[in-house]
Design a protein around this ligand. Structure first.
Ligand code: ATP
Length: 446
């Protein structure tokens, strides 16, 4: 247990270390239960991290639920009837290959090792490979016998398959249509590592898209394109993402075709998202397990059949890490080294910051407060800062990725009459400053 409490780490990686340090320093991500020495595979999102995370999720929900006519959102319970996980194949087969070192007792995922005989940490002999089920078990109610066992869901997908019939019965959607869900999933990863990349408590944004069996290839291609659209909307450089056709034998038990979208993380090219053709595996399994008829009745053709499923599956934490890695920039400005996050304005935790030039001049502060209040009402994610000199305030906002800084000075108050009610608007990426009328600010920032 003691070794389990520490986060496992790769060899030091300068960029990762810088990102992790910035995340902690500026309140994006903290180690889970940090004051107790942490808990492996868990991370806590701080004030700026939770906003960034919600913005990513909001963008996904807008693109794939609100802006479409064929999508239905759900928010299912994390605890489910355990029979659902028996039917889905997770109780029997949701496992990773585990090996243990005979000398130091450390455990590793066998498929992540290049030498499966020797311990990568102490050189000791590795034992026999065995399958380790990654679902977290828990007990429902006051007894702890076999009959009370259930699981924390290992993917959000299950909650959608068990609600497929409910949505069909309440909304009578025409095929193709999809269910969408954002929520927590839990995997007892053998070796959680790489900051928020591989964790034990994760968040997923998943879609189960139901189609006529003979049209799956068309919809697979459409979702493939949509995933690229989302990557672009996040502001991630598409050259940093690569598709990998997952070979037979490497795919999950339910999939007939999978494309992994891999991202160039500082620690190597690793999976960001997955796109899977799950056939009618899940509906068929749940139909068998629940003894409920889950067939779809096509009003036009009068046919009854089980729809097939295309599943775009996206991890929130892995998205956030890719976004942060792409955004993290070091340059020089005004002869000083600067760190800034080149975050897309759609997801930046703060979209604009308002400063009075001096904090001990009540007339400047009052005007700055007025501009701040009106921008906050119009735009939402706006902050106010009167602490330290303007240069320092710019650096602080740069570091959290705020695209615009607005300074209220004596000219705003009319010291130069021709500049009355104008402010200095400063661009995060170029540092360029321009004079803009207060009434034009909202349009400019948008
Ligand atoms: P890996 O091969 O990296 O373990 P996976 O193929 O098991 O991932 P999926 O089952 O396809 O992952 O899960 C869908 C998505 O959920 C992944 O593409 C990823 O974004 C996210 N995800 C899965 N496992 C984790 C984890 N342990 N920590 C963070 N995100 C995860």
């Amino acid at each position: 247990m003691s070794q389990e409490k520490k986060q496992e780490k790769n060899p030091p990686n300068e960029k990762m270390e810088s990102i992790i340090a910035l995340c902690k320093r500026r309140g994006f991500v903290y180690q889970g239960s940090e004051i107790y020495g942490g808990l492996a595979g868990t991370w806590d999102y701080g004030p700026l991290g939770v906003t960034l995370k919600r913005n990513i999720e909001g963008l996904w929900w807008k693109m794939f639920v609100d802006d479409r006519e064929d999508m239905y959102g759900v928010d299912a319970a994390i605890l489910m009837n355990p029979n659902a996980w028996v039917a889905s194949g997770h109780v029997g087969g949701f496992s990773d290959p585990l090996v243990e070192c005979a000398k130091c007792k450390k455990r590793f995922r066998a498929d992540h090792l290049s030498d499966k005989a020797k311990c990568p940490e102490c050189g000791g002999l590795l034992g026999e490979e065995r399958q380790f089920n990654m679902m977290f078990k828990t007990n429902i109610g006051a007894t702890e016998d076999a009959g009370s066992v259930t699981y924390l869901r290992p993917e959000t997908a299950g909650g959608m398959f068990v609600n497929y019939k409910n949505v069909v019965d309440s909304f009578h959607p025409k095929l193709p249509f999809g269910l969408a869900q954002i929520g927590k999933a839990f995997r007892n990863e053998i070796a959680p590592r790489d900051f928020i990349f591989r964790v034990r408590e994760l968040e997923q944004m998943e879609i189960e898209y139901f189609v006529r069996p003979d049209t799956w290839e068309v919809h697979f291609e459409l979702w493939r394109k949509s995933m690229w659209d989302f990557i672009e909307a996040l502001g991630i450089d598409k050259d940093h993402v690569h598709e990998l056709e997952v070979a037979d034998g490497d795919r999950a038990h339910y999939s007939k075709r999978t494309i992994d979208f891999e991202y160039d993380y500082p620690f190597g090219r690793k999976e960001l998202y997955g796109l899977a053709y799950r056939t009618d595996f899940d509906l068929k399994s749940h139909q068998g397990g629940s003894k409920q008829n889950l067939e779809y009745f096509d009003e036009e053709t009068k046919e009854k059949f089980l729809p097939h499923v295309i599943e775009p599956s996206l991890g929130v934490g892995r998205t956030m890490l890719a976004v942060l890695n792409d955004a993290y920039t070091e340059d020089e400005m005004g002869g000083e080294k600067r760190v800034y996050l080149k975050l897309n304005h759609r997801i930046a935790p703060v979209q604009a910051a308002v400063f009075p030039l001096l904090k001990n001049k009540p007339e400047l502060v009052a005007k700055a407060r007025e501009v701040y209040a009106s921008l906050k009402e119009e735009i939402g994610r706006v902050s106010f800062d009167d602490n330290g000199n303007i240069g320092k305030r710019y650096r602080r906002q740069d570091e959290i990725g705020t695209p615009w800084c607005i300074t209220i000075d004596f000219d705003t108050l009319g010291e130069k009459p021709e500049l009355l009610d104008t402010v200095t608007l400063r661009n995060r990426d170029t540092g360029a400053q321009e004079r803009v009328a207060v009434r034009e600010l909202v349009a400019r920032i948008r």
